[in-house]
Structure formats: structure tokens, C-alpha cells
Design a binder for this molecule. Sequence first.
Ligand SMILES: [Ca+2]
Length: 333
Amino acid sequence: MRFVPQSILLPGLLACATAHAVETESGSNSGWLAQVPPRPFVTNAAQFRALSGSDWLVGCNFKLTGVVTLVDTNRDLAVVEDRTGAVALHMCIRDWPLRIGQLVSVEGTNAVQYVPSFPSFPHRPSSNAILKRFEAPADLGEYYLTRMRGYLCPPENGEYTFWIASDNSSELWLSTDNDPRNKRKIASLARYSWVDPREWSRYPSQRSEPVFLKAGERYYIEAIHDQATLAGHLAIAWAGPSLPQSIIDHRHLTPWVENAGQAGCDGTTGILWEYWTNFTAGNLEIVTWPRPFEAALSVETAEVKILGSAQLARAEETVAGQKPGFGRQLSLG
Ligand SMILES: [Ca+2]
């Protein structure tokens, strides 16, 4: 009997039921908590290329005005081109009657790298839940991806060691603070590897170096795991100054929320678990970060306004020195 937790939060992330929520750009701050820098906000296609790899760890919000030059309803992709370049946007395009040649304004939130072989990641998980401890539901089938993330609240100052155990491969990332942009990989299980449930010490890579953490601080923490066939599981343990090795439980975890300033340590309730079916890559590198912008983005929520029609540029209107397709003069009207 398989246990698949019901989705109990973030309904906007599921399927194509687009929520039109507008991201707040500044994090609220509860007193002593460190402010997390807001996401970048992009206003033209060229600016996507100017963002750093770490910027893409948190995604960006954007507002683009340009011409639709491609619509692919099978893959939920639309290409929008402005005077500075073109970008393919993976979003719920069936919500709008998009046609090639339209002049549109697109406002999007949490745009991150589109993974062509795995387009449901990260915004459309198959299921999600808040779990009481840092251990994923086991044996959910074949070829799926698990991500668990939230904020770690250490009970006292001191050095902590972490372990990861999984089947198949996995990675554990810990930030130096509450900002995902500062995360680093501290333990892992290599591609095609596996261990038994809660078997912490088969491979040296399963154990982190000691990390000094402060009580009262919140540290962004994330584990990612891929399952191929047969057994599938993931668990994270730690040990601290007066804490024996144990799976991290809800007393020290707050689930991931978009605005880290709202995640306090006084209401620790667990950790966000998400999983995606049909993950056949067997390679976590395609869904871990950072990596530079390529050509396409996956957008969490989008709002499209159709402003009219625009005439696409003819070849001779291409700006000298620019690659075809970029920097074309658009006839807006
Ligand atoms: Ca397996």
C-alpha cells in the first residue's frame, strides 16, 4: 500500500490552475531576523542573461512587453520577443488566446530555468505536504524526484554534523543564513548509488563536515533525491553539541515559505515535501543550481495582457551587428 500525502498547501503550484497572486518585492522583517534580499525584477529579455547563477537559485519576477513569435500549446510554451532579445516562457498559455504576432505584456513570478526533459519542475509538483520530520514517504513508485526544504532552527550554538541516506541518489544543501542563494552542498549520495533506509555511513559522502550554527538563527536547508526502481527513500539526520544523531524533526524545522522573513523559529511545524513523477534523468544536476540562463524559463504564475497586434520585423530591419532574432526592430501598433 503506497502512502501519498494529500496536497495541503500551495494550490497555485499544482496543475494549470494559475493563481494571479502578485509577489511582494520586499520581505517583511520580524525584528532581529535578517532581511533576505528580494528577487531580481526583470523588465526586458536581455536582463535575464545578466542575472548570476545565484540569482537563479531564487528565480526572478518580470514584466515584459513584446511580440509573440511562437506558441506551442502542447508544451505550454510561448516565445516573447522585445527589442533586446527573445525568451521562451513555460506557463499556462491555455489561459490566454495567444497568437503569433500579438503585442503582449506578460507579468510573471518566480521564473527559473526550464528543464525541457522535466517541464513540471519546479512549479507543478505531483503532490506536496508538510511533514513532521526530515524523512520522505518511502516507496512511492518508480522514477520520481523528491525535494524537501525549509528552515533549520538549531537549539543551541555549536558544531553540527549532518547525514543523508537515500535510494537512489541525493544531495543535501545548507545555507549560511536564511537565503537560498547562499546554500552549498554538504552531503550527497552519488548517481546510481543507494543505501538502506537510515543507513548513514556506507559512503563518506553521506556525512557533512562539522558546521557551526547559532541558536535562534534560521538556516535554509534543502534535500533533493531521485528514485529509479525498486526501493525509494530519503532521510536526513544531524547531531549537535548535546543532540545525539537523530532524524531532524519538526521542533527544529519550519517549512519553506517564499518570504523568509515570515518564517520564525517560534512556530516550527515541519518541512515542505514535494515530489514529481516521471523523473527519468537519474541525474540531479539538471535540477540543482546554479546555472546560467539559456533560452527558456518556467514561470510560476503569469498574467498576460494582449495589447494589440504588432508587425514582425523583416530581415532587412535587423539591427547591424546583432544576431538574427535579437535586437530586431519591432513595428508596434
Ligand atoms: Ca531505488
